[in-house]
Design a protein around this ligand. Structure first.
Ligand code: 6CN
Length: 235
């Protein structure tokens, strides 16, 4: 699904009617949109299979499920969760293994492979005090372990561009190419262009798109910015 080099992933943290409206508005933007992210706000209200089914009726973008966040339970439950998510038609599944450790992460990645969905791992979050209860090098260790397990897609903060550079360099030293999906643009302070310049491949954008008067125009505007930033990026 990440055959795209660059793109925008709208975060549909809205109700189902609004989510469908946005999907309808952007469905023609094949170059600009790399996928749609759904999470607790939609799925706790309407149920995962219904949400995926409704979106797939409207458009054919890959659907990324952010279970706010998955991979936080014992390995056995995490395996079962991956099966449920795959059966609902999801294409990629976001994990945050910070609290559950490496056995859970291993189970998550194995199960995603078994059920043929793309595992995406959160390295570090966008908000202040995120790491208050974590060791200093938690993100780097999660990255190394995930790469060893075969993960190639990661979530890392657009509003901390220096961290994006660091993660890309760690992967480079391991002779691997990773894709970074970056939330944290707009209300959380990051710029889509500065994130892409620093190494983001995809920007995850919630409020800046779903609160815009014309979500389609906003997607096009953001894509212009990231496209220029990508062209001037030095790998
Ligand atoms: O663009 P907004 O700030 O409105 O929304 C950002 C979206 C939300 O869906 C949030 O759950 O990105 C998600 N996110 C993720 C990781 C993170 O560190 N910070 C976030 O904001 C993810 N995935």
């Amino acid at each position: 699904m990440f055959n795209y080099q660059l793109g925008i992933i709208p975060a549909l943290d809205v109700d189902i009617q609004k989510a469908k409206k946005i999907a309808e508005a952007v469905k023609g933007l094949k170059k600009e949109i790399a996928g749609l992210k759904i999470g607790s706000i939609l799925c706790w209200q309407h149920g995962l299979p219904k949400v995926v089914g409704e979106l797939k009726k409207v458009c054919d973008f890959p659907v990324i499920f952010d279970a706010q966040k998955a991979c936080t339970d014992i390995p056995d439950i995490v395996r079962k969760q991956a099966k449920v998510v795959a059966n609902a038609g999801v294409d990629a599944f976001i994990a945050a293994p910070q609290g559950a450790g490496s056995a859970t992460l291993t189970a998550f990645v194995d199960a995603c492979k078994e059920y043929q969905i793309v595992p995406i791992v959160v390295l570090e979050m966008t908000h202040p005090e995120f790491s208050a209860f974590l060791s200093r090098d938690a993100a780097e260790r999660i990255l190394e372990k995930s790469i060893d397990l075969g993960v190639r897609s990661f979530v890392a903060p657009a509003n901390k561009p220096e961290r994006l550079k660091l993660y890309k360099n760690i992967a480079k030293k391991k002779r691997e190419v990773i894709k970074i999906l970056s939330p944290g643009v707009g209300p959380q302070g990051g710029g889509p262009d500065t994130a892409v310049e620093a190494g983001a491949d995809f920007v995850i954008v919630g409020r800046a798109i779903y609160k815009a008067g014309e979500p389609k125009e906003e997607v096009k505007r953001i894509y212009d910015l990231i496209d220029k930033a990508y062209s001037s990026r030095k790998e």
